[in-house]
Design a protein around this ligand. Sequence first.
Ligand code: GLY
Ligand code: MN
Ligand code: MN
Length: 437
Amino acid sequence: MKPTRLAEFLAKMEPSSVAVFASAHEIRRNQDTDFEFRQDTDFYYLTRLNEPDCVAVLAPNHPEHKYVLFVRPRKREEEIWTGLRAGVEGAIRDYGADAAYDIARLDELLPKYLQNAHKLYYGFGQNQQFDLKVIGTIKHIRERVRTGVYAPTTIIDPATIVHEMRLRKNEDDLKSLRRAAQISAEGHVAAMKHCKPGMYEYELEAVVEYVFRKNGATGVGYPSIVGSGFNTTILHYNTNQCQIQDGDMVLIDAGAEYNVFSGDITRSFPANGKYTKAQQAIYEVVLNANKEVIKMVKPGVSFMKLHERSVDVVTQGLLDVGLLSGSLKDNVEKKAYEKFFMHRTGHWLGMDVHDVGRYKLDDDWRTLEPGMVFTVEPGVYIAEGAENVPEEFFNIGVRIEDDVVVTESGSEVLTSGVPKEAREVEATMKESAMVAV
Ligand code: GLY
Ligand code: MN
Ligand code: MN
C-alpha cells in the first residue's frame, strides 16, 4: 500500500505532471567516516524510506507506475558493513512502490518517466549533484525531440504541495511531536536538577542528551545549546565548553528528535538555584511575553500579531526595569528593543526544527489554523559591557521557549512538562537528580 502522505501528494498534483524526489546521501565527515545519516525530510515524509541514494518518481498519469522507487540493491557484501536494505523487492513489498529499480538504472529510466509530461515537480537548490541530474535528463529528452518526445516545459516547486501538507500536522504527526516534546521536557528537568556551579556546560549537555536517548529519542533535533554566563547571550552558542560559575545564568536550548519529529525547548535558570534580583527581573519580562503570546493562540490569529505582542510586552518590561526609556510607542517604532531582543518570537516546528511552510501568503501574514505547530520563544540578552546598562544586568541571557499546537478551540502547549515559573524552576533545582549518570 502507498504511504498515506504520498497518496495525498499524488492526488494534489496537476494534470500531466511528474514529481521527482531524491533522498539524502551520506556526507563524509573525515577520511572514510561519514556523518550520522539524516534522511531528506520531504523524502521521508512522503515515502517513509530511511535509506541514502534513493529516488522517488510520482507519475499520476502513468497507466501502472504511479509510484516508482529507485533504490540501492541488496548486496550481501555491502550489507555486512552498513546494514540491511529494502532493495528492489522491499521497495514494492514494504514501501508500496508500483515499480522499483536498482538506482544504477536511473540515467537509463528517468527520461522515460519524465518525457511527455508537461510539468515537473522538482525542488531545485537542495542537492546540487541531483539538480544537475535533473537538468541533464531534461536536456537529454529535448535532444530527442525528432523522435516525437518532449520534455516538461514547466517546473513547479513541490513545496507548494508538500510543505503546505507538512505545515498542518495530522493525528499521527501530533503523537510523535507530543512524545518528542515530552522527552525534551524530561531532559530539561534533569538538567535543572543536576546543575551545580563548577560543572562544565558539556556535562549538562550530556545529562540532557542521555535522558533523550534513554527515552527512545533517536538523538537531537539540532545541536544542543548549553551556555552559562556570557554564553547565555550568544543566540546559537553550542560549543558548550565553559565551566559554570556561581552566580551565572544558564540557558539550555535543546530538543529531542523522535520519529523524525523535533522538540524545541529553552529554559534559563540560575546556576546556583536562586535567581538574583536582576536575573529575576529580566526573567519575568521574558516569561510575561511567553505567556501573553501563548494566551493569544487560536485559529484565525495572524502569525505576525504574535510577534508584535511579544515585542510590546518585552519592550514595556524593559521600560519598567529601566533598561529602556521613553514611550512604549517610540521604542517599538524605533526598534530600540532589538538591542536586547533581536530575533523572532517563533517558527514552525515539525520534522525540521525550523520547519517548512510559508509565513506569508501574497502580502499577508498567515493566520493560524488547527494542526499548525510553532514555538513561542521570546528572549532578552544582555552581554557584558552593554551600553547604559547597570553592571548587575551583565551576562544575563534569558529565552523561554515552548512548543504550541493550534487546536479548534485554542491551543495545546506540548512542553508544559518543564517548569517555567521562577519559583517552580527554583523548587525543581532543589530536588535531587533522579537519573543516574
Ligand atoms: N533551537 C533553535 C531555535 O530555537 O530556533
Ligand atoms: Mn530552540
Ligand atoms: Mn526555536
